[in-house]
Design a protein around this ligand. Structure first.
Ligand SMILES: [Mn+2]
Length: 289
């Protein structure tokens, strides 16, 4: 298992200088930087090669986090929208190959967050998105990449809310290159047991997102981290465990994740660094017992 961090930890917006961020993430003791798929899809060949070179020099691996837009929805009723989604994700997979990344993650099967003001037909959404993902799986298979589908809590999605559902969904796709992503934050809302869901996923677990119930870094809340660590050891999880915190108040990210108050008024960058270091040490203590 390798420890990672999502790129926006020090920022309150979604933009990012990846070269500088890669150095900070490595400095903080992580082996994986999770980057944004939308950013990767906009990079020039030169930018991709610079990112690849920097991360190779640092010994940093990358996973690519995607929150597809509504006009790229793999579950859409509209065929052209689904095709646009498959084309977009296929392009990101090819770009990942260029930067040496093998793990694409997120709620790839639809757009994020779900629109609950419309009537959502879950059964049909499954059929349509499964057909789309079978096409994407072929691209992933050719590149030796894996797509890990994120299970979302009920307030952000309706297609996959539990690990059990995710496993049935994977079975219907039928590709070894499509796996599941379990995120402790989402799990805490819709799973009976966090370690239980991890054991249920077993070797179908491709990726983990780690965070407390309020999306602070691990160690500042009440998640059962020791039990989560035991479950990951039980299934011999050897993927990336990526901390995905949303702690900064006052920017676009806070709005998008519905953070309406300041957890740490007046926190400096040094305070942020210290919380991150403490969290990584805490995780290692709990996961490597
Ligand atoms: Mn997540």
């Amino acid at each position: 298992m390798k420890y990672g961090l999502l790129y926006h930890y020090w920022s309150d917006g979604w933009s990012c200088d990846y070269i500088e961020t890669a150095k900070k993430i490595k400095n903080a003791g992580f082996d994986v930087m999770e980057i944004g798929g939308d950013h990767l899809s906009q990079m020039s060949a030169q930018e991709m090669d610079a990112l690849h070179g920097t991360t190779q020099d640092l010994g940093l691996e990358m996973s690519v986090n995607i929150g597809p837009a509504r006009d790229q929805d793999l579950a859409s009723e509209d065929k052209a929208t689904r095709e646009r989604g498959v084309a977009y994700l296929s392009d990101v997979l090819r770009r990942m190959d260029r930067i040496g990344s093998k793990m694409m993650i997120g709620a790839l099967y639809t757009y994020w967050p779900a629109d609950f003001s419309i009537e959502n037909d879950k059964e049909r959404a499954w059929e349509r998105s499964i057909a789309s993902l079978r096409e994407l799986a072929k691209v992933a298979e050719d590149l030796g990449a894996t797509c890990s589908l994120e299970i979302l809590n009920r307030y952000e999605g309706y297609i996959l809310n539990t690990c059990e559902e995710g496993l049935e969904y994977l079975k219907r796709i039928g590709s070894p290159n499509i796996k599941l992503l379990l995120d402790t934050f989402h799990m805490s809302i819709d799973e009976d047991s966090l370690p239980g869901a991890i054991r249920l996923a077993g070797d179908r677990l491709g990726h983990m997102h780690l965070g407390e119930g309020n999306r602070k870094v691990p160690g500042l809340g009440s998640m059962p981290w020791a039990e989560i660590g035991q479950a990951l050891r039980d299934i011999h999880f050897n993927g990336f465990a990526v901390i995905e915190p949303f702690m900064r108040y006052g920017g676009q990210i806070a709005k998008d994740v519905h953070l309406w108050h300041d957890f740490f008024p007046g926190a400096t960058e040094a305070d942020m660094d210290r919380m991150l270091a403490d969290s990584l040490a805490f995780l290692k203590q709990n996961f490597e017992a």
